[in-house]
Design a protein around this ligand. Structure first.
Ligand SMILES: Cc1cc2nc3c(=O)[nH]c(=O)nc-3n(C[C@H](O)[C@H](O)[C@H](O)COP(=O)(O)OP(=O)(O)OC[C@H]3O[C@@H](n4cnc5c(N)ncnc54)[C@H](O)[C@@H]3O)c2cc1C
Length: 392
């Protein structure tokens, strides 16, 4: 019997498997995607926090091609108010890093496949979860029956394991779609990221290697459909008109991808011999690029809890241990969900009253250095109890 079974070999499941294997645990990981297929980009350029950087560095997964962010320029898009966050605000270290999704997945998978104590079942879909008093049992569509004291659901936002465990989910939709693509531009990005909170929805550019930046534009679904149907030239003109000339003239350098946006928050992160991590445990609006960052903090916390229990020879799926994990994660997840939701609601409105509230808020943050620093540190994942892998 393995020590843990992880369902989902994506970014969080893969990272968790390798981190636990490093601490000596026997790990089974199951994913429905064929590992022999080439890993292709899904268009996303992940903005990663300092805590994510630390986790990947410690696990030798950090891609050297990552682009540091040294300034974030946020603007209201309507009123002439903006806040600039500088690396100098936090002692000169980058505010974050941008990594291409396919590159990151390749780095993680390389480490997973190199670990002798990880058994990778793929392509295989999980079709059944059963929990007994002393172990969890998983059945795959390939006929394997696998058991371990603990099963971990890293199977993404539509988690089957979460559904089978009947964990209630609070869910709401923004009726927004995120349009994701890359642009080259006339002016260098100089490692700057831009977040324009437009009334139609947030539009963000993050720096990529060379003279390229990645766009995430979250916009009403109907408007997104119109934008996606435009010719390349017409689309570029629309982006240019909404974003302005901060990066000079823009040129589309990739295809366009579309992601419907929902928030899903399960009421519990645990059940009998089951723990949730990553998007299975929380799906946020990508307004501030935090979903994966928070998921990686789930991973780092669970590694702390499980590695300690393993070294003491304790039951890895016991209720007390799982309760500890849940307690340690709840505040971070709930505060991030509320913050992201507040951002979207405050900024995605044409109301004059809300425009005033925004204006006051911008003024307060701009002129209050401790508050500004606290906001940066929160986004960097450096507040509260920081698990070992996420520490500097
Ligand atoms: C437009 C957009 C931009 C974003 N930008 C950022 C950003 O800048 N920064 C950031 O931190 N976050 C960002 N996010 C969030 C981030 O993409 C997610 O949080 C992250 O990808 C979740 O990873 P995961 O491994 O938990 O889930 P997933 O990537 O969904 O992986 C789930 C895995 O489980 C497998 N699986 C599912 N069901 C089964 C089954 N039954 N049997 C076997 N395998 C199964 C799947 O094949 C998959 O490999 C963004 C999200 C969006 C939509």
């Amino acid at each position: 019997m393995a020590h843990v079974i992880i369902v989902g070999g994506g970014l969080t499941g893969g990272t968790l498997a390798y981190a636990l294997a490093q601490r000596g645990l026997e790990v089974i990981i199951i994913d429905q995607i064929d590992p022999h297929l080439p890993i292709i980009s899904d268009g996303r350029s992940f903005a990663l926090s300092r805590s994510s950087y630390n986790i990947f560095k410690k696990l030798n997964m950090w891609p050297k091609e990552a682009t540091p962010i040294t300034m974030i320029h946020t603007s209201d898009g309507v009123l002439p108010r903006w806040i600039d966050y500088h690396a100098d605000d936090v002692g000169g270290i980058p505010l974050g890093y941008v990594v291409d999704s396919a590159l990151l997945k390749s780095k993680i998978m390389h480490q997973v496949h190199s670990a002798k104590n990880i058994k990778f079942y793929a392509p295989a879909s999980v079709i059944r979860l059963e929990r007994k008093s002393s172990y969890a049992l998983i059945e795959t569509n390939q006929g394997e029956i696998l058991t371990a004291p603990l099963c971990i659901a890293a199977d993404g936002k539509f988690s089957n394991l979460r559904t089978w465990a009947e964990i209630p989910v609070v869910e709401w939709a923004y009726h927004q779609t995120a349009i994701v693509c890359n642009f080259s531009h006339d002016s260098p990005h100089e490692n700057r990221a831009f977040e324009h909170f437009l009334p139609s929805g947030p539009l963000a550019f993050v720096p990529r290697p060379g003279n390229e930046s990645g766009l995430v534009w979250s916009i009403e679904k109907e408007k997104a459909d119109v934008l996606l149907a435009l010719s390349e030239n017409e689309f570029v003109e629309e982006v240019q008109a909404h974003f302005g000339e901060s990066l000079g003239r823009l040129k589309l350098s990739s295809k366009r991808w579309a992601y419907p946006l929902n928030v899903r928050l399960p009421k519990r992160l645990i059940d009998k011999r089951l723990a949730l991590v990553g998007d299975a445990a929380h799906t946020f609006h990508p307004v501030a690029g935090q979903g994966l960052n928070v998921g990686l903090r789930d991973v780092a916390t669970l590694v702390d809890v499980l590695a300690e229990a393993f070294s003491l020879g304790l039951d890895l799926g016991s209720a007390s241990l799982l309760n500890r994990y849940q307690k340690m994660r709840q505040a971070d997840i709930v505060s991030m969900a509320l913050l992201m939701d507040g951002f979207v609601r405050i900024f995605s409105t044409q109301s004059r009253f809300m425009a005033r509230v925004r204006s006051v808020g911008f003024g307060v943050v701009k002129h209050c250095s401790p508050l500004k620093r606290l906001m940066i540190r929160h986004a960097m994942g450096s507040t509260g109890r920081v698990p070992y892998l996420a520490r500097d």
